[in-house]
Design a protein. Structure first.
Length: 286
């Protein structure tokens, strides 16, 4: 199929883009960056925006820099920018490099953007899980000004966020990990490149032979990614190993509220939650 008719806009400055968005958002105007989620939806006419505001010509939105204790990722930074991020951004870069190779296929990673994925807010998005687990901060801009939204408050359900229709997600700010921090990511899907049925991202430090400052996040299991405090409590103060990792997995399964579809019942995703957390922790320990 072909998309429904729309009006195309190509602003050259952020101010012009925000002014356009303020005008067309009430008419279902949308931002176009990588287009790897929006354009297929338009082709199937699942999305019918009347206006597209293409921000690819806006200078400065491809910014990827260290800013104090955070990594600032602009709205036009492509997934592929993180393929070798471990060489630039230390422990956080190593985590991002591990995660990015699970996102779809290489051609999609050369066009899709981190901020676009966060704005789309698919429960199976690897970057959405990353943002929640690390405690990222979203920076939204509109013609009225800018505001910062904590990741824990940003995701509000399946493809639902705290963004207003006239807001552009211009930046995500990821806190750096301390050197020596452990991380592990595990994703389960039926074929490489498919949407995740369930996934987990974990980070922790080892102090005095015990786990400290554990973070456990799940994605694809519920309507939005989130951290699992019960799993983190099961890990902190314990020696890294099978007993602690399996306890964290079981703690996760006990508290999740799984989504289901025609192929995947809720009970399956509940069991899967335990598995992906345990395996992510096992990878972190390697």
């Amino acid at each position: 199929m072909k998309p429904a008719a729309f009006v195309y806009h190509a602003p050259r400055t952020l101010e012009a883009a925000l002014a356009l968005l303020a005008e067309v958002a009430p008419q279902d105007g949308r931002i176009l960056a990588g287009g790897q989620s929006l354009v297929p939806a338009m082709a199937f006419r699942l999305a019918r925006p009347t206006h597209l505001v293409d921000i690819n010509g806006v200078a400065g939105l491809d910014r990827l820099v260290l800013d104090g204790g955070v990594l600032s990722v602009g709205a036009l930074v492509r997934h592929a920018a993180f393929h070798k991020a471990d060489a630039k951004f230390g422990a956080l870069g190593a985590l991002l490099a591990d995660v990015v190779h699970n996102i779809a296929h290489y051609p999609i990673r050369t066009r899709g953007t981190m901020c676009g994925s966060l704005a789309h807010a698919d429960p199976a998005s690897e970057w959405c899980l990353t943002a929640v687990t690390l405690g990222a901060e979203m920076v939204a801009h509109s013609a009225k000004g800018a505001r910062r939204i904590a990741a824990a408050d940003y995701f509000q359900g399946i493809m639902q966020t705290a963004l207003e229709p006239d807001e552009l997600l211009a930046e995500v700010r990821l806190p750096l990990l301390p050197e020596g921090a452990k991380h592990g990511f595990y994703e389960f899907n039926r074929r490489a490149g498919d949407f995740a049925i369930g996934m987990a991202l974990v980070t922790y430090q080892v102090k005095g032979g015990k786990i400290a400052e554990a973070r456990v996040g799940i994605g694809g299991i519920e309507g939005a990614p989130r951290r699992i405090a019960e799993a983190e409590a099961a890990l902190n103060g314990q020696a890294p190993g099978k007993a602690a990792f399996e306890a964290a997995g079981q703690a996760t399964a006990a508290v999740v509220d799984p989504i289901e579809d025609a192929q995947t019942p809720a009970a399956y995703r509940r069991d899967l939650a335990a598995t992906v957390v345990t395996r992510a922790l096992e990878r972190a320990a390697i």
